[in-house]
Design a protein around this ligand. Structure first.
Ligand code: NDP
Ligand code: MG
Length: 391
């Protein structure tokens, strides 16, 4: 098997690890297109190594700098820009599989374009499924393209479900609990971005790391699982498992539980999404179970981690609410990273946006985009006001 891939978000944590998987693929994977936000220097380095046919940068100024640098190096590779450019990179004829590894709902448009073009999706960008799960899955069914999970929990479930009837399964989604697992509500109000960015088990981009600390990430993942596996919310249970060894489990009709284990290393689920239905050798470090003291599981505390409950409410309500919840969270997380709000202001702003929003039941793609944009404006305004009050 030989696959041409496009990586949307190649300069990020998942993007760079995807390139490591390409390096070890013995020529089975070839990079056809790369895309990023504004980090043109990192992208330039990648272009020099992988020589893609086309590159895309969201930011036009960064794209100009990149274009100049490519000319200087006599590398005649076209640079396209904006959301359209990302979609163009994803839809190249030589691309079989698109790895969606941008951060945030910005991934929605290019992912939809790739599906419409008949491309297989290796999906890391969970915000896309959160904002528009029903539309994305309907398009994938219509175009008969597979959406293969990269997210470690969903990859685990996907692996456990091979050969099983997923309609007869319950999903047990594990969560590390993040760096604040054992902090009190009082302590949580005072944590800093540095505290939150120190994740005990995983090295990831800043946005998902904050989501892991608030457990919003697990809420987004429940919604992601609901759509990926076409399963009822009532059949998905979240379990806090601090060791991050069991990446998730499925409970089958007869009560048997299957789980997938491994070290916390994203290269494995990335590789499985790209090799599927094959399974390739890998040289990554392996799990030594004799080095494990204990594997523990418990229910999450929704009082200290209200973001999880907000996401579950949004997911169950459906319509435009998940897009609103997700967009407000993105804005609030960035404000927290910029020290403009406190950690516990994140769920407050998300809740306010969810309460103020005029809900629509069956939005189309433009309807999702309007809800997303409304929520971003609402959250930005709320954050602005909060600042005046505390100043
Ligand atoms: P990073 O922040 O490390 O990387 C984000 C990537 O997206 C970068 O390439 C960045 O480009 C690009 N990007 C950011 N903003 C834009 C934009 N507006 N337009 C176009 N490109 C943009 O994130 P991660 O790699 O950690 O996460 C990526 C996705 O994968 C997220 O949806 C996350 O939830 C999911 N995921 C990540 C996991 C992980 O271990 N990291 C695990 C499971 C899921 P630039 O560098 O130029 O800014
Ligand atoms: Mg995950």
């Amino acid at each position: 098997m030989k696959k041409g891939i496009a990586i949307l978000g190649s300069t990020g944590s998942i993007g760079r690890q995807t390139l490591e998987v390409v390096d070890r693929s013995e020529g089975r994977l070839t990079v056809q297109a790369l895309a990023a936000g504004s980090n043109w220097k990192e992208l330039l380095g990648q272009i020099e190594i992988y020589r893609p046919r086309l590159v895309a940068m969201m930011d036009t100024e960064a794209a100009e700098r990149l274009d100049e640098a490519l000319r200087e190096r006599e590398l005649p590779i076209p640079v396209v820009t904006g959301e359209k450019g990302l979609a163009e990179a994803a839809c190249l004829p030589e691309v079989d599989t698109v790895v969606t590894a941008v951060s945030g709902a910005i991934g929605l448009g290019p992912t939809m374009a790739a599906i419409e073009a008949g491309k297989e999706i290796a999906l890391a960008n969970k915000e896309t499924l959160v904002a528009a799960g029903p539309l994305v899955m309907a398009a994938a069914r219509r175009r008969e393209v597979a959406i293969l999970p990269v997210d470690s929990e969903h990859s685990a479930i996907f692996q456990c479900l091979q050969g099983q009837d997923r309609r007869l399964a319950r999903l047990l989604l594990t969560a590390s609990g993040g760096p604040f697992r054992d902090k009190s509500l009082e302590e949580l109000r005072r944590v800093t971005p540095e505290d939150a960015l120190r994740h005990p088990n995983w090295r990831m981009g800043p946005k998902i790391t904050i989501d892991s600390a608030s457990l919003m990430n697990k809420g987004l993942e429940v919604i992601e699982a609901r759509w990926l596996f076409d399963i009822d919310f009532d059949d998905i249970e979240v379990l806090v498992h601090p060791q991050s060894i069991v990446h998730s489990m499925v409970e089958l009709a007869d009560g048997s539980i299957l789980g997938q284990m491994g070290l916390p290393d994203m290269r494995l689920p990335i590789q499985y999404a790209l090799s599927y239905p094959e399974r390739w050798q890998s040289g990554w470090p392996r799990l030594d179970l004799t080095q494990m003291a204990a594997l523990t599981f418990r229910r999450p505390d929704l009082e200290r981690f209200p973001s999880l409950e907000l996401a579950l409410t949004a997911g169950r309500t459906g319509g435009t609410l998940p897009a609103v919840m997700n967009a407000a969270n993105e804005v609030a997380v960035h404000a927290f990273l910029d020290r403009r709000i406190g950690f516990m202001d994140i769920p407050r702003i998300v809740r306010e946006a969810m309460e103020a929003h005029e809900w629509r039941q069956e939005p189309d793609l433009p309807g999702i985009r309007r809800a997303d944009e409304w929520a971003r404006r609402f959250a930005a305004e709320r954050i602005g006001k909060g600042r005046e009050v505390s100043a």
